[in-house]
Design a protein around this ligand. Structure first.
Ligand SMILES: CC(C)(COP(=O)(O)OP(=O)(O)OC[C@H]1O[C@@H](n2cnc3c(N)ncnc32)[C@H](O)[C@@H]1OP(=O)(O)O)[C@@H](O)C(=O)NCCC(=O)NCCS
Length: 211
């Protein structure tokens, strides 16, 4: 069997952590940056599949192994509240805060203990948000486009008016990909470039994915 896109299953959880780490340095392998290999996944991948599996797409290598993901949430504020109730308490217990800590690990642990909410101006216009990461072996073969467009369609069908996501300024490859797709550049801060995509209203565009 060949590669195919399917919905997330609980058996993919370890792969979410792994893919997130191996693409976590602005699209490149972040393994050498952290003592604890799970920290990036705790924030940016694992809660998505666990809390909202109906909007979590997996690229399966044909053997059941996840080699990429596109993880969406329909409503960012609802997801933030559910993380506070269902995800962060256990994550905080797994990663105790060290107020004296000065490692990159400690910075992420501090964020797990005090996560920042998405910007109101962005969420009002684009209530959904997403993360997409593919392992190097499956990049540049059209899977990223297929996965993000499939996720757009899922979110639009579930009633979302639009989706946003963030990209590190120095992730030039991903920025080129999003610009090529025609995503809207919403705003920038010191670290992140924020992109958005507005969904056509029902009847305007049969795929639901338009900008
Ligand atoms: C960024 C990423 C999701 C893109 O997915 P991908 O599968 O590599 O990209 P695709 O092969 O689907 O490319 C889709 C289209 O974008 C174009 N494209 C891809 N990268 C591009 C770039 N840097 N500049 C311009 N166009 C680009 C392709 O030519 C293709 O065009 P076409 O469909 O019109 O023929 C993937 O490479 C990835 O996961 N990278 C590592 C992790 C990462 O950076 N994630 C994003 C964090 S915000």
């Amino acid at each position: 069997m060949g590669r195919a896109i399917r919905l997330y299953e609980p058996t993919d959880l370890d792969a979410l952590y792994d893919i997130c780490l191996r693409t976590g340095a602005s699209g490149k392998d972040a393994t050498a940056m952290f003592d604890d290999p799970t920290l990036l996944g705790e924030m940016f991948a694992a809660p998505y599949g666990t809390i909202e599996p109906e909007h979590a797409l997996i690229l399966d290598d044909g053997d059941g192994r996840a080699v990429g993901y596109a993880l969406g949430v329909l409503d960012t504020r609802t997801f933030e509240a559910r993380c506070e109730a269902e995800w962060w308490p256990a994550a905080r217990a797994r990663h105790p805060l060290d107020p004296e800590g000065r490692r990159l690990d400690d910075l992420l642990i501090a964020l797990i203990h005090d996560p920042y909410p998405a910007e109101t101006a962005i969420v009002e216009r684009y209530p959904s948000h997403l993360h997409i990461d593919l392992l190097p072996e499956v990049q540049g073969q059209g899977w990223g486009r297929r996965m993000i467009e499939m996720l757009f369609t899922l979110l639009a069908k579930a009633g979302s008016p639009g989706v946003h996501w963030g990209v590190n300024h120095d992730n030039h490859d991903a920025m080129g990909f999003y610009r090529h797709l025609g995503a809207t550049e919403v705003s920038q801060d010191a670290i992140t470039h924020h992109f958005g995509w507005t969904f056509a209203r029902a009847g305007e565009n049969p795929t639901g994915a338009g900008n």
